[in-house]
Design a protein around this ligand. Structure first.
Ligand SMILES: Cc1ncc(COP(=O)(O)O)c(C=O)c1O
Length: 748
């Protein structure tokens, strides 16, 4: 059975360390006196009734009494208070422990000795020289009347405490401010880290009698302060040695104090730490605790300033955007606190996790989807003049790297409804010079991958998927981005996950991966993944100076040997930190994108006289990027776009639409196999609206009702070409449409 422990004084440094240490092994009830803490309950041991009630309620098998008045000066100044807490309080606890048959663990001090010839063993003769020491000695004597007790004597306990007054914290606080601190050079003891003390006590919990537990080194406070300055990188010159007699203190101090810990050391597995080891642990804990405080503030900040209210018509419904929680802010902030500003352990982790998610061997994290596309094309190292088949309806930086590498884009048209090229169109475009197919899954809608893969294989062509808009989309049960030789992704805020700017290229091909890593990192020969130097900047890489490269000195550093004419397209650890959290959210994001697509589709499907609605391949399961709408001939896209924008519903064109008509591409060398009719139609009639996970069902309702409002307006305005056309040519269709919109077809 798990024993119940009443831990009195859980808000102090020893109580807190014990709570953390034994909290899993025992059923611990922590109490505090004045300093309220969330996991404790109030108890003033000086109040007999309160102590009785606590014991009656908890019925503890073990009682640990950490709470006492330890401020030596205060004990001297306010003896009544010292007596009340340290003597009356102890007596109250001891009496209840007796009544409930509880074992008592009591904390005492080396201040029960006079400091003439320390350090002291357990059986040395006490002789306190100040009131604090007297109260603690009396406390020990009261405790010793119990049948079962353990007295732990300790000294100079230190730990990182946000508002704590322990000696190490006093030195650190002054150090942070760059202020001098006077420290006695004639007070000697062996200080111990609170968590080290707690580990020892946890091990001795079943023992009886008196045990000394304190640090490994006996040293002066001055030397201890110098070690603190050294450990926390303060100027040691701020520590001023003084004699105790010059400090004008009310309470006398035992100067040669400290405790001999041989008895405990013989019985303990826990190692008693040296001052340096204790301070190193304290520093690590300080890092964690300060981060915890910052995280709490970030959580508050997030809930106060990052949540948004939706007011239909007033709040803009974006076509896409970042969806995030406090975790992304915390992860980004943690990375800033590390201040590792380039790629590092977090970019490594992101690459690993992203590969795992997709089930691919290699991921190269880069600074954008556009960089991913650039890198993908560069890694193929195709001869100049080679042709790359790519759709005319595209994003500019999908086609740009083809042009930038002296390759010839061969533009194929796309199908309406799907906005992707058909396998047939791709095959028709192949010539002797064709070396690669570079296809986006437009707006998240997967291309017909089984047939396209088959074509690429048959003609021995590289296949690159631009999956920037389609993370999580599947074709025939397989994630897009896993079909081709290479695939690219974007982590821009509008995309399925974000890290601000960011992108990735993935592959299963080791040679391509080597080229990707090298080209991304200045073209250098160093391509180990993960690089041990990024993992641990302090480590030594054995491979750096043992490279045999023709024409170079044999001691040349591999980090400065270049095997490719490269770029610098790396992402930073701060981006990856955010991306790692986003990756966790991806399944939920995909779910919401799919839900939003269905809601929009269901709400608009009876308007197919007005819009061409999106469609997917039979085997496709898209994680849509957005919801494309193409207005039918006779309808002015600009009318609905203006109407929606005015209603604060953001719209976008389908990227470049027909790229050959964009100004920058007028003079480029390219080939096409058809007139790109659909791409031109898309340029004239298509736009898209958002369905990203930031869009709620309430927003979708608003979007749908706004589109319906516009539709009604169109139908009533008999002067528009649209209405005339529908009335003239589609008599019955118009009537159906009016009825589906709950309108009376006879009302003008
Ligand atoms: C299909 C496609 N490829 C590439 C990109 C470029 O990605 P990034 O904005 O991260 O450079 C985009 C951007 O939206 C895109 O939609």
């Amino acid at each position: 059975m798990i024993k119940k422990v009443l831990l009195i004084g859980v808000s102090g440094q020893v109580g807190r360390a014990l709570y953390n240490r034994i909290g899993f092994e025992y059923e611990v009830y922590g109490t505090y006196w004045k300093k309220a803490i969330p996991f404790g309950r109030p108890l003033n041991i000086a109040e007999k009734g309160e102590v009785e009630r606590s014991f009656a309620e908890i019925k503890p098998e073990i009682v640990i009494l950490c709470g006492s008045l330890t401020n030596v000066e205060l004990c001297e100044e306010d003896k009544t208070l010292a007596e009340l807490i340290n003597i009356v309080g102890t007596r109250n606890v001891v009496e209840e422990a007796k009544r409930h048959n509880s074992k008592l663990i009591f904390f005492s001090t080396d201040y029960i000795f006079d400091g003439k010839d320390g350090p002291y063993s357990e059986d040395a003769l006490p002789n306190p020289i100040n009131y604090y020491g007297k109260t603690k000695l009396l406390g020990e004597e009261i405790v010793k009347t119990l049948p079962s007790y353990l007295i732990i004597r300790t000294t100079g306990v230190f730990s990182f405490e946000e508002n704590g007054q322990n000696f190490a914290m006093q030195v650190i606080r002054k150090g942070i401010l760059g202020e001098e601190i006077q420290v006695p050079s004639d007070q000697i003891a062996n200080p111990i880290l609170a968590s080290n003390l707690a580990d020892c006590v946890a091990e001795l919990i079943e023992k009886e009698g008196v045990y000394n537990i304190s640090g490994k080194q006996v040293l002066s406070r001055y030397d201890f302060a110098l070690s603190i300055a050294d450990s926390f990188l303060f100027d040691k010159g701020l520590i001023i040695p003084v004699l105790t007699s010059s400090l004008d203190q009310k309470a006398k101090r035992p100067l040669n104090g400290g405790l001999i810990t041989d008895k405990a050391s013989l019985e303990l597995k826990t190692k008693i730490l040296s001052v340096e080891e204790g301070l190193a642990r304290m520093r690590k804990r300080a890092d964690e605790e300060i981060r915890d405080v910052i995280h709490t503030k970030i959580r508050d900040y997030y809930s106060l300033f990052h949540r948004k209210r939706f007011e239909p018509g007033k709040t803009k419904i974006h076509f896409g955007g970042r969806v995030y929680g406090e975790e992304e802010l915390i992860a980004g902030c943690d990375s800033v606190l590390d201040f590792w500003l380039t790629s590092g352990k977090r970019t490594n982790s992101f690459e690993e996790r992203f590969s795992e998610y997709l089930g691919v061997k290699y991921t190269s994290l880069v600074n954008s989807g556009s960089s991913a596309n650039l890198l993908a094309i560069a890694s193929l190292n195709l001869p100049k003049g080679s042709e790359v088949i790519t759709p005319a309806t595209t994003f500019p930086t999908t086609i740009n790297p083809i042009i930038q590498h002296g390759l010839i884009p061969v533009l194929v048209d796309v199908e309406l409804e799907r906005y992707n090229p058909s396998p047939l169109q791709i095959e028709e475009a192949i010539s002797e010079k064709t070396r690669a197919i570079f296809i986006p899954h437009t707006l998240g809608n997967p291309c017909k991958m089984d047939e396209i893969v088959e074509i690429a294989k048959r003609y021995n062509l590289f296949l690159i998927e631009d999956a920037c808009d389609s993370l999580g989309s599947q074709y025939d049960g397989r994630l897009v981005g896993t079909f081709g030789d290479l695939a690219t992704f974007s982590f821009y805020p509008a995309h399925h996950i974000t890290m601000g700017e960011g992108g990735a290229v993935v592959t299963n091909n080791k040679d391509l991966a080597t080229a990707l890593y090298s080209l991304r990192d200045w073209g250098r020969a160093c391509v180990c993944q993960p690089c041990i130097l990024t993992k641990d900047p302090g480590s030594i890489c054995q491979k750096r100076f043992s490279v045999d490269t023709e024409g170079l000195p044999d001691d040349y550093d591999k980090r400065y040997i270049y095997t490719h004419i490269g770029y610098n397209l790396k992402a930073t650890d701060i981006q990856a930190a955010i991306g790692l959290v986003q990756l966790e959210r991806l399944p939920q994001f995909i779910k919401i994108r799919k839900r939003n697509f269905s809601l929009l589709y269901e709400g608009l499907k009876d308007l197919s006289d007005i819009f061409i609605l999106p469609r997917q391949e039979n085997k496709a399961d898209p994680s849509w990027f957005s919801f494309p709408l193409t207005v039918r001939e006779g309808i002015q896209r600009k009318n609905i776009v203006a109407f929606l924008e005015k209603a604060n519903i953001e719209t976008r064109m389908l990227f470049a639409s027909n790229i050959e008509r964009q100004p920058a591409y007028k003079g480029i060398e390219y080939r096409k196999v058809s007139e790109l009719k659909n791409s031109s139609l898309i340029m004239k009639n298509t736009f898209f609206i958002g369905l990203y996970p930031g869009i709620t069902e309430e927003m979708i309702e608003y979007i749908l009702s706004t589109i319906r409002d516009w539709t009604k307006k169109q139908l009533y305005s008999r002067n528009t070409r649209f209405t005339e056309k529908i009335c003239d040519k589609r008599g019955q269709g118009f009537k159906d449409l009016m009825i589906s919109l709950s309108l009376d077809p006879s009302t003008p």
